[in-house]
Ligand binder design. Structure first.
Ligand SMILES: Cc1cc2nc3c(=O)[nH]c(=O)nc-3n(C[C@H](O)[C@H](O)[C@H](O)COP(=O)(O)OP(=O)(O)OC[C@H]3O[C@@H](n4cnc5c(N)ncnc54)[C@H](O)[C@@H]3O)c2cc1C
Length: 382
């Protein structure tokens, strides 16, 4: 197992559940045992929970695994299936699960400038949380989900918050322009400025950031800056190997890679989506938790089993006390209609359709109705 986070841990659990009782080695470059990332932009950042609450393993769980933490994989080794580590060691295996996730994208010129943060790891969250407790003006670069959640948390902590987003509407990528606009109106409801349609040229400040320079010439003063411009799959260690890469590790509909005995799961993996007929990398907690079951089944029965159809991708987000839930693929839709609730109350159930058939569903504070639709969508498309 390369990657000791949600997808790696879930794959280890699946292996044991599916009867594998051999040697299991988990290699992870962070020094921490697996922890949960969603609270890093929510309750943990707000100070509502501590580090112990992030643990993904219950105290009594023992997977009989060898944990090589603080250890980075440098590549696949020369043996048919082996992993080369940066310290020179090589781990040989009968099967390999690639679960190296993704890392936050950065902006040129941000390295070494105090007050500028990305948010992906526990260490990132510790640093940002310390800074936010001092208050001041926060500028979030990027109006995606992580940026929006950081803005919402910082607002509750009393900071003065501005979000800048290069696209004409925030969240248009995952939700489409109409619903992206409706969900991101939550910022204005709470007095958080959302400036769309202009890119960022750079950051100002000598040793510490003091502003964000916009492409239209404006300068937005800042005491703290969070760069939330997406993530890139951690697959550089596989470049030059026989594992095919294309926006992450290219996989079949059950996580099989181009190399026999090697599967990939979680944020680093671009699985074939039989519904859309294309490959798609999803960076969602539920996919990292659920899909390892299928990948491990494929690993244990290589060449003997046919891939099933994974459940449609699902994610949630919490912003300003509103629960946002989404399932499916908005990019496939040719229409979207609000089926329940009202936009003004920020209480909406919207269904995305293609040629009249549902392909995605969005809920804002509609957990029960949303769950019904989620089940229906999974049943329809399986
Ligand atoms: C702040 C934040 C909030 C989020 N909120 C939500 C949410 O509300 N809802 C939702 O659905 N999803 C959310 N997510 C996404 C969710 O957390 C991810 O989808 C999930 O963590 C993916 O798990 P993973 O194991 O695939 O990857 P990761 O959690 O990224 O873990 C990969 C691990 O592999 C390690 N690694 C990388 N390269 C190597 C190497 N060469 N050798 C060894 N180890 C390596 C990494 O350091 C890391 O520890 C959020 C993510 C973040 C960062």
């Amino acid at each position: 197992m390369v990657g000791a986070s949600l997808a790696g841990l879930s794959a280890a659990r699946s292996l044991r559940k599916q009867g594998y009782d051999g040697r299991l080695v988990v290699i992870g470059d962070e020094v921490h045992r697996p922890y949960d990332r969603p609270p890093l932009s929510k309750e943990f950042l707000a100070g509502g929970i501590g580090e112990a609450d992030l643990a993904l393993e219950p105290d009594d769980e023992d997977l009989q695994a060898e944990w090589l933490l603080g250890t980075r994989a440098a590549g696949l080794g020369s043996a048919p299936r082996s992993v080369r580590l940066t310290d020179g060691r090589e781990v040989r295996a009968d099967g390999i699960v690639i679960a190296t996730g993704a890392s936050a994208r950065t902006l040129p010129g941000m390295d070494g400038l105090a007050g500028v943060h990305t948010l992906r790891t526990l260490d990132d969250a510790r640093g940002l949380r310390d800074e936010l407790t001092r208050g001041g003006r926060l500028v979030v670069i990027g109006g995606g989900f992580i940026g929006a959640e950081v803005a919402s948390t910082a607002h509750t902590l009393g900071l003065d918050v501005t979000i800048v987003e290069a696209a004409p509407t925030a969240l248009a990528g995952p939700l489409g322009a109409t619903m992206g606009g409706i969900v991101s109106a939550l910022h204005a409801d709470h007095g958080v400025r959302l400036l769309c349609g202009t890119g960022v040229k750079g950051l100002s400040g000598e040793t510490r950031v003091d502003g964000v320079l916009m492409e239209d010439g404006r300068s937005i003063p800042a005491d703290i800056v969070v760069v939330g411009i997406g993530a890139r799959p951690c697959v550089e260690w596989l470049v030059g190997s026989r594992v095919q890469l294309a926006d992450g590790v290219r996989c079949g509909a059950d996580g099989r890679t181009s190399l026999a005995g090697v599967v990939a799961v979680g944020d680093c993996a671009s699985w074939y989506d039989p519904r859309a007929g294309t490959h798609r990398r999803v960076e969602h907690w539920t996919g990292a938790r659920e899909r390892p079951d299928a990948a491990v089944a494929a690993l244990l029965s290589w060449g003997e089993s046919e891939p099933g159809i994974p459940r449609p991708p699902y994610f949630w987000s919490d912003q300003y006390g509103v629960k946002i839930q989404f399932v499916g693929n908005a990019a496939r839709a040719d229409s979207v209609t609000i089926e329940d609730g009202t936009v003004d109350d920020r209480n909406v159930l919207a269904v995305y359709r293609r040629a009249g058939h549902p392909v995605a569903v969005l809920g804002m504070n509609q957990p029960r109705l949303f769950m019904r639709w989620r089940k229906q969508l999974a049943a329809r498309t399986s």
